[in-house]
Design a protein around this ligand. Sequence first.
Ligand code: ATP
Length: 364
Amino acid sequence: MIAKKEIDRILSGYDRKDLKVAALCSHSALQLFYGARLEGLKTVGICKKKNRARYDAFPLAKPGEYVFVDRYEDAGEVAEKLAEENAIFIPHGSAVEYIGEKIGSMRLPFFGNRRVLLWEADRRKMLEWLGEAGCSMPESYAPGRIRKPSIVKFPGARGGRGYFVVSSQEEFEAKSGAMLKAGAITESDVRNAVIQEYLTGVRVYPHYFYTPFAKDGFKCAEGRLEMLGLDKRMESNVDEIYRPMSVGLKVEPSYTVVGNSPVIMRESLLDDVLEVGKRVVESSFRLFGGIYGPFCVEMIIDENFRLKVFEVSARIVAGTNIYPRGSQYSCYIFGDEGGMGTGRRIAREIKVAAQKNALQKIVY
Ligand code: ATP
């Protein structure tokens, strides 16, 4: 991973009055460019030629300029050019997935703490982080010790794709044995599987934002935690599995994200949800120098209002795309400013940091 001091050196050559927001044209790029435009920042989209029409279709959310690449994994090749133009890169989920390991060495200032990507990419490290935060989590089992109906997450399975559920140790052995035989997984995948108690309840995905620059509101670390919105992922086929079951079909559940829907929560649950966000931020400082900007903690709330967390996404999440003009919660923080979506919030943070000459704090 490129050293922080090297990024600080690049940043020290930036013209703070002429910054650009850069993002890969995918995931939540429309929202990021739209939000940056509302904040008066220039934008640049790293794009594949065939994807340009998707962005040109939305004139207020397309990037001010395009830089074309053949493959997103080669985005690092345009880093130098972008750094010459004072660009700050926003690492969203597609960037992490497509650029892969090379993302750590990109010679371009990233919004947020780049170290967080290491903690998020490795499921075991991510769980260690949530544990250090003191969050209530599902029980975890080693591959030979399953005691309750569990969800099995092999390394590499992403977006819930490739997960499966077992009700006993025997079923786990039968299912993973068949997958091994078919060459779908390796012995090392079995050893490194994350196996969690299957949680029942309602899933919620809060959109948090940590800023060190504001001192009012919900105090957290040296600044404040903002809850900008909430969503629920729509997962196929598990979310409507009652339909085939209602006509007597037997279906294996799958967890592939196909969309997101807005959520408003019982007001009394906000206390616990805010507390989780705060703990995740404060533990990130103890473990790896902090998390700045947007993140999401995935959780399930049961019928006794007990909340358990099973994952952290340490960046802007696709669920925020529901609220480019702000949500039912962000208006209570930002008032009548035309709406504060997460994309716009990132641009605002960059502007505030630049004005305070403190970009180094929120950029790595
Ligand atoms: P992403 O990286 O997109 O967040 P992922 O591959 O890391 O996805 P998770 O977010 O861990 O996957 O889980 C995907 C889905 O599987 C969740 O949204 C949830 O519906 C279900 N799920 C995960 N863990 C549990 C659990 N312990 N109990 C019940 N359901 C779970």
